[in-house]
Design a protein around this ligand. Structure first.
Ligand SMILES: [Zn+2]
Length: 296
């Protein structure tokens, strides 16, 4: 755990609190102790709704210091922030070869609209993993007030194409966008990595820097919050930079890809297939996003 992270906040009811406590502490650069003077940071005193709460629990907080902030009921520390979560691939892609093989713009060339993705030796598909984990991350961010937009509605359809996945982030002027994937690497290699956009003139110049920060925040929280090590078969210390991914090249908002583990590796697959592990992974990813969103 990071030195500033609160401990012991693992239950579902306190998940939102855990998420934001860390972000607030991180933003404050750990300069004040937990439980420090309320009111110095407006977000520090916000009532924090649990996932089931329709309204904020201000009667429990008993701290009125945020009243003059006019925070709407049900809003939270991430209120007003827009996050696009892009669950990689789709369940119908395998039966729609011509559609997903059609070429679409990828910024510096053309690429296939989409791909099928990988699967574990046990037959757990990447598109299903991506979908499930994305929903869990959405739930956590929404509990803290963020607006979360997914790039697909279910796990039964086809696509959307990679250029449209990027466009969804642009169209919604997202504060951050995250593509969730799991890799199909060599069986002997394990671990996760985060891919940030490399610089391409006329395309990614504006997003390279913020995306690198987003990548660092997600990498740190994911490493701390899961048992998955940095990938040992590619990238460097869990970070990679690429200029061949249309989903990054065409993004006008800070965006990264998470390759959450290697589905072809038995150790990683055992974790990815475990629903309890996925809940922890979603906590970590949401924390990473929250830390990034509260940087400014
Ligand atoms: Zn993938």
């Amino acid at each position: 755990m990071p030195v500033c992270a609160p401990s012991g906040l693992r239950s579902r009811a306190t998940r939102a609190l855990s998420l934001i406590s860390l972000a607030v502490l991180w933003t404050a650069a750990c300069s004040s102790p937990a439980g420090g003077t309320p009111g110095t940071d407006p977000t520090a005193a916000l009532p924090l709704p649990g996932p089931e709460d329709g309204r904020s629990g201000s009667e429990e907080g008993g701290d009125t210091s945020v009243d003059d902030e006019a925070v709407p009921p049900g809003d939270g520390p991430l209120g007003g922030r827009v996050v696009v979560i892009d669950p990689g691939h789709n369940g119908g892609n395998a039966d729609a070869a011509s559609e997903i093989n059609s070429l679409v713009p990828a910024g510096n060339g053309e690429k296939a609209c989409d791909t099928v993705g990988t699967e574990s030796a046990g037959g757990y598909s990447e598109h299903e993993f991506n979908w499930d984990l994305s929903l869990l991350v959405q739930e956590r961010l929404e509990a803290d007030g963020a607006t979360v937009i997914l790039t697909r509605e279910d796990n039964e359809g086809v696509g959307p194409c990679i250029d449209e996945r990027a466009e969804i982030g642009n169209r919604n002027d997202a504060d951050a966008a995250l593509s969730i994937h799991a890799d199909g690497g060599p069986e002997s290699g394990r671990g996760f990595h985060v891919i940030a956009p490399g610089e391409l003139a006329g395309l990614t110049e504006d997003i390279v820097e913020p995306s690198a920060l987003l990548a660092e925040d997600i990498r740190r929280e994911y490493r701390e919050g899961t048992d998955v090590p940095y990938a040992d078969y590619l990238a460097e210390d869990g970070l990679d930079e690429r200029t061949d991914l249309g989903g990054l090249n065409l993004s006008e908002v800070p965006k990264v890809f998470l390759e959450a583990g290697n589905m072809r590796n038995a150790e990683d697959a055992e974790l990815l297939e475990d629903p309890r592990w996925r809940a922890d992974a979603a906590d970590a990813i949401a924390r990473g996003l929250a830390v990034y969103l509260m940087r400014d």
